[in-house]
Design a protein around this ligand. Sequence first.
Ligand SMILES: NC(=O)c1ccc[n+]([C@@H]2O[C@H](COP(=O)([O-])OP(=O)(O)OC[C@H]3O[C@@H](n4cnc5c(N)ncnc54)[C@H](OP(=O)(O)O)[C@@H]3O)[C@@H](O)[C@H]2O)c1
Length: 137
Amino acid sequence: MSERVALITGSTSGIGAATARRLARDGYAVALHSRRSADVGKKMAAELKGASYHQADLGDEAATRGLVAAVVQHHGRLDVLVNNAGESIRIPHADLKAATPAVWRRMLIMPANPSASRMPTSRPRRPRCGGACSTST
Ligand SMILES: NC(=O)c1ccc[n+]([C@@H]2O[C@H](COP(=O)([O-])OP(=O)(O)OC[C@H]3O[C@@H](n4cnc5c(N)ncnc54)[C@H](OP(=O)(O)O)[C@@H]3O)[C@@H](O)[C@H]2O)c1
């Protein structure tokens, strides 16, 4: 229970998966997460020492809060939060109007209520470290 714990949202592929593997190598117990790809998440959790996998659609505020609660319940603590989940959507420079609010929501996973952040903690662009650390991709 004394191992530092890192929750990496959207960690079944891409940047999130690479971040999770790196943090696991650095000695963190990683809490893996995704929206749909549960098989991949469970396989990764079996490969990484002390890891767990949690499924939640972060477009749903209640599910988002449930994710954090599930991680704390499983690991007993949460030291690092990497806000990574989101879709990479390419917008051609010649068609910037294609970046509609709906597209931004898919990329940033903003809940329906825009005054709420996408995770219960804030989402600063730079790491803010002390007792806990939160960062984003
Ligand atoms: N800062 C930068 O310059 C930069 C550059 C590129 C990307 N990014 C950001 O980095 C993040 C990862 O990019 P990537 O290309 O590595 O993505 P990716 O390979 O497509 O992986 C996306 C991950 O996020 C999860 N996800 C997507 N929508 C979700 C939702 N509504 N609820 C919960 N999980 C969700 C996916 O789960 P499922 O597969 O199960 O759906 C998957 O695990 C994105 O947020 C992207 O916008 C930032």
